[in-house]
Design a protein around this ligand. Structure first.
Ligand SMILES: Cc1ncc(COP(=O)(O)O)c(C=O)c1O
Length: 470
């Protein structure tokens, strides 16, 4: 007789348990080909279940071809050419890069504060657009992005970044990483690239593999003299807030860089203005694009920090000289950001909510920034802080003999995510002391002090002098 363990206390119905049990026994050859199965009545009695349960299980096996029915004789195990279904355990998939960073306290520089997002206002704009009076947005939109959004971006760039550009020069795309391939196609295919070192790690990973020359960065930003000694004709730079060191490209270097670009027709500067909205010390730094008189700057920015990374809206401002090539190459591609999302954002900007949100967030991030830097002063001189003038992360160096990896592991054991600056290098730099990025955007204000203390404690760094925080 067939012996199956049927569990009446699970959610899985008994007929299904029986069907799976018999099926697996057939597949595993515990029941031989041609074997006559017990009658429904006998099996039901034996397993102490209802005949209907057996009937449904047999019917399923019959339907799938595991057994055949011979009228008035019974059910027999059928030959199966190919096993129609084998349950195998799925091998564990490697975790995606971004999934790894699940920590109780995450100092990832890409995290934003999600508590103060104006959901009510955003929802109102979404509701207004999805009310059936904007049916035209169901059709495909302009490849370059919606004109209404491009107009709002041009206005914003004029007011806040000192840039003069028209909506015609703006291209909207779903994130910096998706606009980059577009820029690369716009440039000559034999172009050679220079990248900041350390710098935005996605650039070499996504696009340039080993084709790029690393250029060092100091407290004045990219070292332009070093760039001049290479044969690169394109430079990718974050002048307003160097990522990740936080340096600002000095006025002298700005002029040097623009002059370098103007020396040859095929030279361009890709200005990535990421993270420039939040400045805590000194005046806002205008974009390099605004100083350029020779159509040499391809400007790139994103709403990732100013609104949310999940919106996936970034944009390019192309020099007018590249517009016809852009049209020639890209008119056949559709925009990568949904039309409705573009219009929600455009209306949100038009009515002043974006500026309002930015102002509010500036205050919030400033508070977080100040709380973080003040807490760290209690650990001077064992901790050195740099890059604390702007953005949503700072850099700390600690004179410990352990490696960055070991320190990262120690922090991870305490539920803290911390990111070594070495992860952002395209060419090795010998840092005197382990150096880390401390992103504060995603950490609630009231947890900043305790998080830092916890981190220092797990590294064995004791506070030098205790002073009450404001
Ligand atoms: C310098 C820089 N630019 C751009 C981005 C990402 O922008 P987006 O979210 O638009 O792809 C990052 C993200 O870390 C960055 O570091």
């Amino acid at each position: 007789m067939l012996i199956f363990e049927l569990n009446k206390d699970t959610e899985k119905p008994l007929y299904e348990q029986l069907y799976i049990g018999i099926k697996n026994a057939i597949i595993g050859k515990q029941i031989e080909l041609g074997t006559k199965l017990p009658s429904k009545r006998k099996l039901a009695e034996f397993l102490n279940i209802s005949q209907t349960t057996v009937e449904i299980a047999y019917a399923q096996l019959l339907a799938e071809g595991y057994i055949v029915s011979k009228p008035r004789i019974g059910y027999f195990v059928e030959e199966i050419d190919e096993l129609p279904y084998i349950q195998i355990e799925q091998p564990k998939q490697p975790m995606l890069y971004r999934e790894k960073g699940r920590f109780e306290t995450d100092f990832h520089p890409g995290k934003i504060d999600s508590e103060f997002f104006p959901f009510t206002t955003w929802r109102k704009y979404a509701k207004d657009l999805y009310d059936g009076t904007h049916n035209e947005f169901l059709q495909i939109g302009e490849p370059q992005g919606e004109y209404a959004l491009r107009t709002e971006i041009a206005k914003y760039l004029y007011q806040s970044r000192g840039m003069i550009c028209s909506p015609e020069q703006i291209v909207i795309g779903s994130g910096t990483e998706h606009l980059l391939p577009m820029i690369l196609r716009l440039l000559e295919s034999d172009s050679s690239f220079a990248l900041e070192n350390p710098g935005y790690s996605a650039i070499p990973r996504i696009q340039l593999q080993n084709r790029a020359v690393p250029i060092s960065v100091d407290e004045e930003g990219l070292i332009v003299d070093e760039l001049k000694r290479t044969d690169a004709n394109i430079v990718y730079i974050t002048p307003s807030h160097q990522f990740p060191t936080g340096a600002v490209l000095s006025a002298t270097r700005r002029t040097q860089l623009l002059k370098w670009a103007s020396k040859a027709e095929n030279r361009y500067i890709i200005e990535d203005d990421y993270d420039s909205e939040f400045r805590y010390i000194g005046k806002p730094i205008p974009a390099l694009q605004g100083l350029d008189k020779n159509n040499k700057v391809i400007y790139l920015s994103t709403f990732t920090k100013s609104l949310m990374p999940s919106l996936r809206v970034a944009y390019l401002v192309l020099p007018t000289t590249l517009l016809s090539k852009y049209k020639e190459l890209f008119s056949y591609y559709s925009a990568t950001v949904p039309r409705f999302d573009q219009h929600i954002l455009a209306n949100f900007m038009k009515d002043g909510h974006f500026a309002k949100h930015l102002n509010r967030m500036r205050k919030i991030y400033r508070k977080k920034h100040d709380r973080l830097t003040t807490t760290l002063t209690t650990f001077y001189s064992q901790v050195t802080v740099t890059g604390d003038h702007a953005g949503m992360h700072i850099l700390i160096s600690v004179p410990l003999s352990k490696s960055e990896e070991e320190l990262k592991e120690l922090a991870a054991k305490d539920g803290i995510g911390i990111y070594p600056v070495k992860d952002y290098l395209i060419k090795a730099i010998d840092y005197k002391n382990p150096t880390f990025l401390l992103g504060f955007g995603g950490i609630p204000l009231e947890q900043i002090e305790s998080s830092i203390r916890k981190l220092m404690n797990c590294w064995g760094i004791a506070p030098k002098k205790e002073k009450p925080l404001k």
